[in-house]
Structure formats: structure tokens, C-alpha cells
Design a protein around this ligand. Sequence first.
Ligand SMILES: Nc1ncnc2c1ncn2[C@@H]1O[C@H](COP(=O)(O)OP(=O)(O)OP(=O)(O)O)[C@@H](O)[C@H]1O
Ligand SMILES: [Mg+2]
Length: 477
Amino acid sequence: MGHALIVEDDEESARMIAALVVREGHTAACAHSIGAARRLIATRRPDLLLLDLHLRDGSGFDLLADLDTLGDTVLVLMSAQAVPETSTGPPGLQATDYLPKPINPQHLKKLLSRLVEPSQLRLELDEVQERWRETGRFGHLIGRSPPMQRVYRQMSRVADTAVSVFVHGESGTGKELVARGVHDLSGRRDQPFLAVNCAALSPHLIESEIFGHERGSFSGAEHQHRGFFERAHGGTLFLDEVTEMPLELQAKLLRVLESGIFMRVGSVQLQQTDVRIIAATNRDAAEAVTSGKLREDLLYRLHVFPIGLPPLRERGDDIQLIARSFLQDLHHADGGAERFTPTALSRLSAYHWPGNVRELRNIVQRTWVMATGPEVGDEWLPPPTVAAAPAAAARALPRRDVPTARATMAGFDDTVPGALEPGGNELMVEVGTQLADVERRVILATYESCGRNKERTAAVLGISMKTLYNRLKEYRL
Ligand SMILES: Nc1ncnc2c1ncn2[C@@H]1O[C@H](COP(=O)(O)OP(=O)(O)OP(=O)(O)O)[C@@H](O)[C@H]1O
Ligand SMILES: [Mg+2]
């Protein structure tokens, strides 16, 4: 049995919700204003806080702002408006669920059953956590660092709810793994998990890929096609790189998220869908809104439960843990028993991993291929890089006193004027430098350091000969 607090200024609906809660065997209290809610919370912290966003004496968020932590209280936002105003909420706020008003009794009942009954899922979640403590693996994710523990807690909390999840983080940080993990921990895990990369689909086909189309609805549509929404019914749809979705389609997506109803392209028949959305981006979502790439209302609708993935460089010992585990996977495949030397391990920790875990996986594979004995050394590892240059170097910059990033290269040769810092094999790049300029300087400096050997330069930079020729032509070399 749990205790619910209903904060709702419409007394009639508060009473109705309380009656539903009591009928399910729980206790309930009602508050019609923020002041009354504060007093009730002070006397008894509820297990479930059903919070209306629009109250007579302010926004429901005002109440949350001065509760330092919700502890184990499950927060559910209620709003008659389609879009929860997360924009005005306190930073870091995470609602576990969202109930559109008028309240659907079935939806509320489902929510309550989850609240107190240790379901099968809960038991399985305990097992996943147990395994994580033993092995450092949470589902497919490896890591013990505090920022990753926070991610696991968020995943566990949100998995078995209906709310949309918004995963953000740099490229290669594991956003898709998180999306799959949330799906696997939810009651939907026996249903499909479909991933759509919005950036990879052609703008002409993306609508029919997502919503499906009827035969003959456009030239080339020879058969009826079931879109992602239909195929993911009952399961989870992962919208990767959601900021790349055409704006017009974003409006349609918003409508489906609000109503659960959509139409195939070329059809007038409405289709009901029950799909859980997990969206992801490696861009700054707020910036995408400002620049007009992402609809603000869609962001609010998706952003009910944000999960931020830390870059690998901020995960401390996880770097070595993941590297060891990747290496182990490789020798499971070939029966060997390689391990990193201590120098190699510390070199891995010192690198700044711009490509995050994906880059780590690639580098572990490369070093494993190159290793000749059971010891995997640092010969093929990237050179240690430091995120911020020492203060003295920053001061030495002529224009602005800003932090700098260093790119380190092998075989320095200072023959390109202004490209390299004298006295080392490093290129100093001022934060805020135009990317084209950075590219030019790196290409030219590498070209010189490779003795103007074009093949080597292209190989070292990981670009094609054609690209290198084009660039050198551009730079009139
Ligand atoms: N914590 C982790 N433990 C083990 N493997 C991981 C972890 N995070 C990511 N990976 C692996 O790294 C690779 C990249 O992960 P993923 O595709 O989920 O990243 P992403 O954030 O979606 O990247 P992008 O923004 O480029 O789409 C995959 O091979 C994935 O299995
Ligand atoms: Mg991805």
C-alpha cells in the first residue's frame, strides 16, 4: 500500500482522482494549492506525487523547486495542455510519468500497480543491478563510474513507464545502447525495438518510412508499406538524430505523440498506435531549437525524461575497464590471452577520446591486430593529449586569453609558417578557431611532417588521396 498526494486546484477532479487511488488500495491526500501541498509533504512524504502544472497560486514547478530532493517519491505530472512546460521547470527535474487530463482511469490504475507491487520486472531489474555490482556491466553497458551509475539509475527508473526518453551525448557515448537497455528493462521488451536514423533517411522517403504508405500514393509506391510506427506497435521506436528530421514531419510526429493516432501516406484511415518513443541527438537540443532545426513543442514533448551520457574522458577508470573488456571479447573469439601493459593502460587513460567508446573499440581492435605477443603495449595507441593547455601557453596566445586544445602529432617539422608551435610536435589551436582553419593547419603540418609524401599524409590523417589532393589544391600547394 502506498500513499499518494494529489496536487490539483480543481477540487472535483482532485476528489475523483483520490477516489480512484483509494479504490486501488492506497491512501490519498489532496491539496488544492502549493501552500497546502507544502504543509502536507512536511507531515508525510508521499510515495506518489500527482502534480498539476497549473495551480491557482503558481506553477506546480514552484513546489518542486523548493523540495531539495524527491527521494523515492514518484513524480507524475498532470496537464490539460498537450505540452508539459518543462521549459519552466527546475533544471534536472525528471517526471517519471505524464498523465494528460482528463485523467484516464485505466492509465492511472496501471501507474498505481507499478508503484507498489514488486513486479517481475522489478525483480529482473534487481538482478541486472546485482550483476552490475559483480561485473561492471549494466545490460550491454560497461562502466562503474559515478556518472554512469547515474545513467543506470535513470534507466531503471524510467524503463517501465510510458514517458518519452531523450538521450543526449557526444557521438559514440552509447546512446543507442541506452535506448535498447531501456527497452529491455520495460514491459515492452518482447515487442519490437526499431531504430530509425533520421539523418540517414532521404527527406523524400522519411515520411513514408515512418508512417508507411498506401499503394500508388506516390510514383514508385507499388505496394502498401507498413512504416516504423506500425511495425513497432507495442514496442519502442528509437528516433536517432531526431534534430535531422524535416520540420514538417516533426509536426506530424508531435501529433502522433499526443494522440497515438497517425495515417499512412496516401490514406485517410486513422491508425491507433502504442509506441514508446526514445529520441537521441548528439547536438545541443536547445541550440537546435534556436537555429530552427528542431520544433520547440516537439522538444518539450520528447524531453520529459532526459538522460545525458557523459563523454568517455569523464568516466575515469571506466576507460580501462571497457578497454580490457573489449580486448577480452577479442581473445574469446581467437582463443588468445592478450593483456595491456601498465604503460598502455595509463596511455589509454590519458587520451581525450573525441570519438568516445566507439573510438575506444576501434583502437583496441587495431592494437590487438598489431600486437605480436601476449602483451599489448602502447606502440599503436594514440598519443596522450591534454584537454586544456597549461596556463602559460594560453597566456602566450596573442589575441585572446582563452583556454586551448592541443593536437599532438608525430614527426614534427616546422616548415609550414604559423602552423606549428616552435619546439615541439604539437599544433596549438585556439578555442573558437574556425574549423576550416584548423583543418588547413592540421593537413599542412602533417604533410610537412610526412616529408611531403601524399600517400603517407592521407593515411595518417585517415582521408582519401582525392580529399588530400583537393585540399592541397585549395591551399595552392
Ligand atoms: N558503456 C559502454 N560499454 C560498452 N560498449 C559501449 C558503451 N558505450 C558504447 N559502447 C559501444 O560503442 C559503440 C557506439 O555506441 P552507440 O552506437 O550506442 O553510440 P551513440 O552515442 O549512439 O553514437 P552516435 O551519436 O554516433 O550515433 C557501439 O559499438 C557500442 O556497443
Ligand atoms: Mg547512435
